[in-house]
Write a protein that binds this ligand. Structure first.
Ligand SMILES: Nc1nc2c([nH]c(=O)n2[C@H]2C[C@H](O)[C@@H](COP(=O)(O)OP(=O)(O)OP(=O)(O)O)O2)c(=O)[nH]1
Length: 220
């Protein structure tokens, strides 16, 4: 049976986290979704959480999976989890750089070949409007998450951060959920948060590099 590699598509504020490899030499400088091999006796979800803690020192929650599995080399296949950052800010340990890429930026980096078939689904996901309840403190965000879960919805609180912001304690917390927007909006107002719907911004016409001509199937 093939050994499974899990890559995590951590999504926040309409952007996905990408990491630049430093080894082996032929992969150094190329970009991947942080993750690694699922160990014997480990679930893929546990592997995602463990690898992200090891590689980036942050805690993520897996919220779903992107369809499909792609061969990396004989005996090794890549699967891609969707995840939210629930604690800590990603700081590379093995990688030499991390970047948050919006839908318009996903094709700006040189991805490892096996990742490329997953990119259209990621771009589509990032381009979708995302309703969020934003709160000043973590406890309130977690209270709203707990309420949504008792109502049978999936919900996560994630650490907010803005480009260029230092990793200090002074930031807000966002709640994302599969509950209807009106339910999140009402709960957010009741808990004195701020409701908004994040819409991915389109790149200005005629600017930026042309998208790469991606292969339809992974190259061997
Ligand atoms: N983590 C990760 N690995 C990927 C991706 N795409 C891709 O082709 N790979 C390949 C690179 C590696 O050959 C393999 C993952 O191995 P790894 O070296 O990152 O994981 P690991 O720490 O469990 O491996 P190891 O130390 O046991 O060799 O999968 C991706 O998006 N994320």
């Amino acid at each position: 049976m093939d050994q499974v590699v899990v890559g995590a598509a951590v999504v926040r504020r309409g952007a996905v986290l990408a990491a630049r490899r430093t080894s082996p030499p032929e992969s150094a400088g190329r970009w991947e979704l942080p993750g690694g091999k699922v160990e014997a006796g480990e679930t893929p979800v546990a592997a995602v959480v463990r690898e992200l803690a090891e590689e980036l020192g942050c805690t993520v929650a897996v919220t779903g999976w992107v369809e499909g599995r792609v061969p990396i080399r004989p005996g090794l296949v890549l699967t891609v989890a969707l995840a939210r950052l629930v604690d800590g800010e990603p700081e590379p340990v093995e990688h030499d750089e991390v970047r948050w890429l919006t839908a318009a930026e996903v094709h700006d980096v040189d991805w490892l070949e096996p990742d490329r078939p997953f990119l259209p689904a990621l771009v589509a996901l990032l381009a979708k409007p995302q309703a969020r309840g934003v709160f000043d403190d973590r406890d309130t965000a977690e209270e709203v998450v707990a309420l949504l879960r008792t109502e049978g919805y999936a919900a996560w609180s994630e650490r907010e951060a803005f480009a260029g912001e230092d990793d200090d304690e002074d930031h807000s917390w966002a709640v994302v959920t599969d509950a209807p927007d009106v339910r999140l909006e009402l709960l957010t107002e009741e808990h004195e948060g701020w409701f908004d719907v994040l819409v991915a911004t389109e790149p200005a016409l005629g600017t930026g590099p042309a998208p790469l001509d991606l292969p339809r199937a992974p190259r061997r």
